[in-house]
Design a protein around this ligand. Structure first.
Ligand SMILES: *Cc1c(COP(=O)(O)O)cnc(C)c1O
Length: 393
């Protein structure tokens, strides 16, 4: 079984490029060039240098001693929360801004939900001196005000998406419209392992630095490169794709994908796509998608803005369909409690997205000798108000 993209842009039956004809030249230019550009030694050198000096990589692989004692297994946290801008998303935006420059682009557009990808994009645009326009749902603008302020301080224009549910999928539609209108000078930085081919593969390759580091770091800690489990939360699936990448074809490594159940999978307020979704096309790729019988996208819900997405990336749809990954759904309540537990046990305030991944230990037991690596995708500063409101701190 192959879990990587094939030359047609598919992961099994999922993926592809379902795009309006007017977008074809933009996407085709990227498809023809992305692997070639990424393989250039000068690209690799610049990418790695920036990851080291600007992002602060390698991010630590931290053995969480007290958490491990509580759950009687060996838990390691991959500390993406310590990256510059506070999450894994910067790995991808650094890669894509370098790609944009190599392709001669001068203007960058992006969509954002939680605001984290918008901040990561605005950051690299400032770094490279490129114009930056970020589309964001009006509702998300209201619930992620600090990130909106950050983007503005970094020099980006934040454009509200006022149609539909005024959240992430509407922002994405606006970004696609912009790209159609500005095909020559503009690069669209997609923030997750979604979109038309080659985006899911390109984003995955930029995020793959996560599992590349896990291998040598685990070797130092445990004397072996492969953990027994890798665990990550899934919004669109970029931190997960990066965490899994070098283990996809390692049979002794179990993969756990954690989705947001919201108020519960059967509550009507959920974002557990693998359970509630079926095959459909969203944002240019065929994947699993929450939709009505006649194909209208269902509003997802999660307390965490970063997991509040009605689809999953095509790689994850394939991992789900083939059974390569075990999918688990975690409710708001369980995630919040797991987040607070990490604060008390390890002195780390996690993003609510990452708290979903941490909550699996209450649901699934592991053997004392199992090595479980959890992607701590981001830090909780942006979620402080949510934690305060929830726990009445
Ligand atoms: C955006 C975000 C996610 C979800 O995005 P993926 O593409 O699924 O990784 C998870 N964690 C944090 C901290 C985020 O900012």
């Amino acid at each position: 079984m192959n879990y990587n993209v094939n030359e047609k842009g598919y992961y099994g039956e999922f993926g592809g490029a379902f795009i309006p004809e007017m977008l074809y030249p933009n996407v085709e230019e990227l498809r023809q060039n992305y692997l070639k550009v990424m393989a250039e030694p000068s690209f690799q050198e610049e990418f790695n240098q920036l990851l080291k000096d600007y992002v602060g990589r390698p991010s630590p692989l931290y053995f969480a001693k007290r958490l491990s004692e509580k759950y009687n297994t060996k838990i390691y946290l991959k500390r993406e929360d310590l990256n510059h801008t506070g999450a894994h998303k910067i790995n991808n935006t650094i890669g894509q801004i370098l790609m944009a420059k190599r392709l001669g682009k001068t203007r960058i557009i992006a969509e954002t939900g939680a605001g984290q990808h918008g901040v990561a994009t605005a950051t690299v645009c400032a770094l490279m001196g490129l114009e930056c326009i970020v589309y964001m749902g009006e509702i998300d603008i209201a619930r992620q005000a600090p990130n909106v302020a950050r983007m503005k301080m970094l020099g980006a224009s934040v454009v509200p998406a006022k149609s539909g549910s005024r959240t992430l999928k509407d922002a994405t539609n606006e970004a696609i419209r912009d790209w159609i209108n500005n095909p020559v000078n503009t690069h669209y930085i997609i923030g997750s392992a979604i979109g038309p081919h080659p985006y899911p593969d390109m984003v995955t390759r930029f995020q793959a630095v996560i599992s590349e580091e896990i291998k040598w770091q685990l070797k130092e800690h445990e004397g072996r490169e492969n953990p027994d489990y890798v665990v990550a939360c899934i919004g669109g699936g970029s931190n997960a794709a990066g965490t899994y990448y070098h283990f996809l074809h390692e049979k002794d490594v179990n993969i756990i994908a954690v989705e947001a159940a919201g108020h519960g999978v059967d509550s009507g307020e959920s974002a557990a796509t693998s359970v509630l979704g079926n095959e459909g096309v969203i944002h240019g790729c065929k994947t699993l998608l929450m939709q009505t019988k006649d194909g209208q996208i269902t509003e997802p819900y999660s307390i965490s803005a970063g997991l509040d997405y009605p689809g999953v990336g095509p790689m994850h749809a394939h991992l789900c369909k083939t059974g390569r990954a075990e999918f688990m759904a975690i409710t708001d309540d369980d995630a919040m409690n797991a987040g607070l537990e990490l604060c008390k046990l390890e002195g780390i305030i996690p993003a609510i997205e990452s708290s979903h991944a941490l909550a699996i230990f209450e649901q699934k037991s592991f053997k004392p000798d199992d090595v479980v690596v959890v992607s701590l995708s981001g830090r909780g500063d942006k979620d402080l108000q949510n934690y305060i409101d929830y726990f009445k701190i």
